[in-house]
Design a protein around this ligand. Structure first.
Ligand code: BES
Ligand code: ZN
Length: 631
């Protein structure tokens, strides 16, 4: 099969008037390529274009880190030793680096010849080391720099306890090379170990077997004995406490939050069991979560054995725990079976959203999962209005662009609905058997979209089912006509009450006292465009939404309030929210709403106070959105 993608990017800017979605993006510094025509041929389909390493010629099997965490200088200092196998007998091994200071390189214990290749703005600088066919190890001594995009050095004021600094890493998609010189591609799996030295009053944890208590020396040893792609290497250091949920699950957080976290995640153990019932044994031993400071730019990150999570899911009523199911599901889709390249990102995320909703359905019932699916579908529809057509395909063509451009509802929701469509076409029992086999046969491997399609044809679809429009779903923009339709009686009720609200201009008789978070979200998202500030004030005076402690409701409420012009009511709380929370999914729609309604000055005023609290990932996005420059 020969596939040619022709992609032309048209920039469409639309007003976003609804809440939610994952369509907040990083664009590459290299804007000129955006209008370029890209042609991909067979050779490009499974070669990762986002690494400068020669991972196809030389294999790294194990990497050992030896690092000291220096909070004063905000640097990691030490070395990495890569155990290599020179499969093709080449003369050089090439690693990815970005903004790293390389101090020395040894091959098999002897000083080696090495040089830095030419710098690429997007991908970094290749580190090229001379090796022999029989060379076995490459040791690189290095330090990180201020430009390390993977590292968030959180100052004490921005932590829950306000007394200690905090550090966490974020590798996905191509940031690992900013804290470790490494072959930074999802197409290669390695085992790793680490010796990490931290100030003795802090605890270090990794995506590996973890300590539960501090030791006096501040020295911790870690082992990850199962091969993982290096975007899953992760480290967090802070004033951490551990609390077990049950025998194989638990939570780490600052002591100030540990009770709340343990309450919120009480169902973690059940989720693991439910996931196993669906798609086979959990392969990673323990499953723990660490709740990070609010500057964490994502909702969650599926670092193996230890999910990294935003504190904004601690709602107090367990209503946002679908995120836990999501990150847990990645223990199969993503961590066990990994996208070969970032163009195949939907294989990680689409499968995971599908799996997440199956876990949620198993534990909390079909009505609950259906509400999640409808909210997801709303996200997808809105993203389609905004995204250029080449970003509406499941299989992406991101050469010369940052992989995080692909972090949209296409990968997540279109990917999920594609799988749901397959489930409905072949029946749930057959589909579940197929997925079990898929995970079992591909575990600890990487896979491309094309390999998946072959596997689908060989193991799921009978000759009649082969007529299903799989290629349209994967290679065409938009949503195919056979997209499953989800109906929710709960949401139908909400819509009736919404109509009654407009008809009677009254809240007391129409909105019940106990809507779930998801019903509230559905209500808020579907407020009409001509809603008046007075009507929002009416809702607020009865339900106090401006004061809500639920971050999803708060974000949606603030966004609606901005577009409606109910600014007086929310302005202080909006500022407080934007200054404390660094989760990009919330920041983007709120700053965008301020800008779109002629309040750029207010947006910049708040951003001026908030920016230093944000992770570089969020800064990058908001700088661009607000045309912000530091001077
Ligand atoms: N793996 C992603 C986060 C990610 C993707 C980081 C791409 C960097 C690049 C994680 O599993 C995820 O999807 N998180 C979501 C939450 C989820 C419930 C949809 C998020 O952070 O919003
Ligand atoms: Zn995910």
């Amino acid at each position: 099969m020969r596939l040619i993608y022709i992609t032309t990017v048209a920039f469409i800017s639309t007003l976003l008037i609804s809440c939610g979605g994952k369509n907040e993006q990083i664009t590459t510094g290299d804007a000129s390529t955006n209008s370029e025509q890209q042609t991909y041929t067979d050779a490009d389909l499974d070669r990762d274009s986002h690494t400068l390493s020669n991972y196809r010629e030389v294999k790294v099997e194990h990497s050992h880190l030896n690092l000291e965490v220096d909070f004063d200088e905000e640097k990691l200092k030490g070395s990495v030793v890569h155990s290599i196998q020179n499969m093709s007998g080449v003369k050089e091994v090439v690693f990815d680096t970005k903004n790293l200071e390389i101090k020395n390189v040894m091959v098999d214990g002897a000083k080696a010849s090495y040089r830095m290749g030419s710098a690429d703005e997007l991908l970094g600088v290749p580190l090229i080391v001379e090796i022999q066919p029989e060379s076995k190890s490459v040791e690189i001594e290095y330090e990180t720099t201020e430009g390390a995009e993977a590292l968030d050095w959180v100052s004490p004021e921005l932590t829950a306890g306000k007394g200690h600094p905090y550090l966490f890493t974020q590798g996905q998609s191509i940031f690992t090379r900013t804290w470790i010189p490494i072959m930074d591609t999802p197409g290669l799996r390695i085992t790793y170990s680490a010796d990490i030295k931290v100030p003795s009053h802090l605890l270090a944890v990794m995506s590996a077997d973890n300590p539960t208590e501090r030791n006096e020396l501040g020295e911790y040893h870690f082992e990850m004995t199962q091969p993982v792609p290096c975007y899953l290497m992760a480290l967090a250091v802070g004033n951490l406490e551990f609390r077990a949920i049950d025998s194989r699950t638990g939570v780490y957080s600052e002591p100030e939050m540990i009770d709340d976290c343990a309450y919120e995640f009480a169902d973690m153990g059940k989720m693991v069991t439910q996931a196993e019932e669906l798609y086979g044994a959990y392969q990673w031993g323990r499953y723990d979560i660490i709740v990070l400071p609010p500057s964490f730019p994502f909702g969650g990150m599926e670092n193996p054995k230890l999910t990294f999570a935003t504190p904004t899911i601690i709602a107090g009523d367990r209503s946002l725990v679908a995120l836990v199911a999501h990150e847990l599901a990645h223990s199969w889709s993503g961590n066990l079976v990994t996208n070969s390249t970032w163009n195949d990102f939907w294989l990680n995320e689409g499968f995971t959203v599908y799996f997440e909703r199956r876990i949620m359905e198993g534990i909390y019932g079909k009505d609950y999962a259906d509400m999640l699916a409808i909210l997801g579908y709303q996200d997808l529809r809105r993203s389609l209005d905004e995204l250029p057509s080449d970003e509406q395909r499941l299989k992406l063509a991101l050469k010369r662009r940052h992989p995080d451009v692909g972090m949209t509802d296409i990968a997540y929701e279109k990917g999920c609905f594609f799988l749901k469509m397959l489930e409905e076409a072949v029946g749930r029992a057959k589909f579940d058997t197929f997925l079990n086999q898929y995970f079992e046969e591909h575990k600890f491997e990487t896979i491309t979209t094309e390999q998946f399609v072959d596997y689908l044809n060989d193991h799921l679809l009978d000759s009649a089912e082969k007529k299903i429009n799989v290629a349209e779903w994967i290679y065409e923009p938009g949503i195919p006509a056979n997209c499953p339709v989800v109906v929710s009686a709960n949401f139908n009720n909400v819509e009736e009450q919404l109509n009654a609200f407009y008809a009677q201009n009254d809240v007391n008789s129409v909105i019940p006292d106990q809507w779930s978070t998801h019903e509230w979200l559905h209500f808020l998202r579907n407020l009409r465009e001509n809603t008046t500030p007075e009507q929002l004030e009416l809702i607020d005076s009865r339900f106090n939404l401006t004061e809500t402690g639920n971050s999803e409701i708060a974000c949606c409420w603030f966004e609606k309030s901005i577009y409606t012009g109910y600014m007086n009511g929310i302005d202080n709380k909006l500022e407080e929210f934007l200054v404390t929370v660094g989760r990009r999914k919330f920041l983007t729609p709120l700053y965008r709403a301020l800008k779109a309604t002629g309040r750029s000055d207010r947006a910049l005023e708040i951003y001026g106070k908030a920016r230093s609290n944000y992770h570089h990932v969020s800064r990058h996005t908001i700088d661009e959105l607000l045309d912000y420059s530091e001077s």
